[in-house]
Design a protein around this ligand. Structure first.
Ligand SMILES: Cc1cc2nc3c(=O)[nH]c(=O)nc-3n(C[C@H](O)[C@H](O)[C@H](O)COP(=O)(O)OP(=O)(O)OC[C@H]3O[C@@H](n4cnc5c(N)ncnc54)[C@H](O)[C@@H]3O)c2cc1C
Length: 416
């Protein structure tokens, strides 16, 4: 069923009783051409582009929970392409371009809102680093501008400009950045993939990967054995445990990241704003809630929940940036599992194991990458070779030394 003004009117006339489910709930077939493990944003986008762009429709996406139960439904919804390094920037810009046409493409309202992302700077040195980043973006044809303190005061008068310790001197802005309703992205890709024949199978946990003569022949699941010709892993926070089923050790640690939403208030914050001296970022949802987050919890875990010391730390950073935040009440918070790679950049690649492909290492920045990640992973699986856009996102870079250390923090997962 195509969603349009006409389908809305038609269904309104019948009392909205004839809407069809957005996707089917099929039983698994004995074998598929491609199986994707993980029905998060990346797995679903991969299946969508495999079917839409490469004509590979005999595909199953296996999800152990329900769609949206992973990070795709837990993130703070920010999209942007303000990356520095040549291995990252064109990829994230491709993603932003895909976001710009995504709702028309998959015929689903994902509330893409290009409200602008502003990274605050607090010292001359940090300003220089942001100018460098902005210039690198512009060299790649990506929009970037430095906003001086005077203009920022007009835009965001409630910021703590004169904080004695962390004065706000200006910001790097990407106006095309913004937010997207995160779970609608999973639903839109699932619906688009399902319409093209992909089986999206929920509550189907992969418990083992079966190999014969080195090749992957299928997966053991909570719904029985399912054979496949190619296997793609897109399990985000569970990447290490799933890859281990094929005997693969990944250069990835899993950490918890929390998100917070306040009570709804009147429209107040037009942009996405990030603090420059601590990990804190904030935006306002269309329902009025302030959506914010900060640092990872700082220890390895596979639990989808966080701890109080990090709550305190995030709130401290928030209050240093916007003192009036102290009057808002936090309504809810939750945690997600981050697949932290050792250089802070992702992996989209074939593995050393025949017909096994890997999509992982998204740290806390994989939501914005969802469309390009699916697009590139589908290309890599269909052609048995990476696309130019993901050619630097190789698994063997940790062996060869060609890492992409975007933030220059080295192999410190908690600092990326
Ligand atoms: C609090 C928080 C805030 C964030 N904020 C942002 C942000 O503002 N911007 C941004 O760009 N990124 C952000 N991120 C990161 C982003 O959400 C993730 O990098 C991205 O969603 C990961 O890809 P995914 O959507 O495919 O992951 P997921 O949705 O986690 O998908 C992986 C799926 O694999 C499934 N799975 C795991 N093991 C198995 C198995 N054995 N069998 C079957 N299925 C399995 C899981 O259940 C899960 O549904 C944030 C993350 C969190 C937690």
């Amino acid at each position: 069923m195509k969603y349009s003004i006409f389908s809305l009117a038609r269904n309104a006339l019948s009392g909205h009783k004839n809407w069809q489910p957005a996707w089917r709930s099929p039983d698994p077939k004995p074998e598929y051409d491609v199986i994707i493990v993980g029905g998060g944003g990346h797995g679903l986008a991969t299946a969508y582009y495999l079917a839409k762009l490469h004509g590979i429709t005999n595909v199953a996406v296996l999800e152990k929970g329900y769609l949206g139960s992973g990070n795709i439904g837990r993130n703070t919804t920010i999209i942007r392409s303000n990356y520095l390094l040549p291995g990252n920037n064109p990829f994230y810009e491709k993603s932003l371009q895909l976001w710009e046409g995504l709702e028309q493409d998959f015929n689903f309202n994902a509330m893409v809102s290009q409200r602008g992302v502003i990274n605050l700077f607090h010292s001359d040195g940090q300003r220089d680093a942001y100018v460098r980043r902005g210039n690198a973006m512009r060299i790649h044809g990506v929009d970037a501008e430095i906003i001086d303190q005077h203009s920022l005061r007009d835009m965001l008068p409630f910021l703590n400009f004169d904080n004695g310790r962390f004065p706000i001197m200006g910001g790097l802005m990407q106006r095309r950045g913004g937010t997207v309703r995160h779970d609608a992205v999973a639903w839109g890709f699932a619906r688009g993939a399902d319409m093209r024949g992909v089986d999206v199978i929920q509550h189907c946990e992969v418990t083992g990967i079966k190999r014969e003569k080195g090749r992957v022949v299928g997966v053991e699941t909570s719904k029985g054995f399912i054979g496949c010709k190619k296997l793609g892993l897109a399990a985000a926070g569970n990447s290490t445990t799933v890859a281990k089923m094929a005997g693969l050790e990944l250069p990835i640690e899993s950490h918890v990241l929390q998100a917070f939403v306040s009570e709804g208030i009147k429209p107040w914050l037009d942009n996405v704003v990030t603090f420059g001296v601590g990990h804190f970022y904030i935006s306002q949802s269309d329902k009025g809630g302030l959506v914010f987050g900060g640092d990872i919890d700082g220890y390895n875990s596979y639990a989808q929940r966080g701890n109080l010391p990090t709550v305190e730390h995030v709130v401290e950073c928030g209050l240093a940036m916007i003192p009036s935040l102290s009057r808002a009440r936090v309504l809810r918070s939750w945690g997600g599992i981050m697949d932290m790679s050792m250089d802070g950049s992702p992996i989209i690649d074939k593995t050393d194991i025949d017909n096994l492909y890997l999509n992982a290492g998204w740290c806390y920045g994989g939501f914005k990458a969802t469309p390009a990640s699916g697009w590139c992973f589908a290309h890599t699986i269909a052609n048995d070779a990476p696309h130019e856009l993901n050619s630097a996102m190789r698994l063997d870079r940790f062996r060869t030394g060609y890492v992409m250390d975007e933030t220059a923090h080295g192999a410190q997962a908690n600092l990326h």
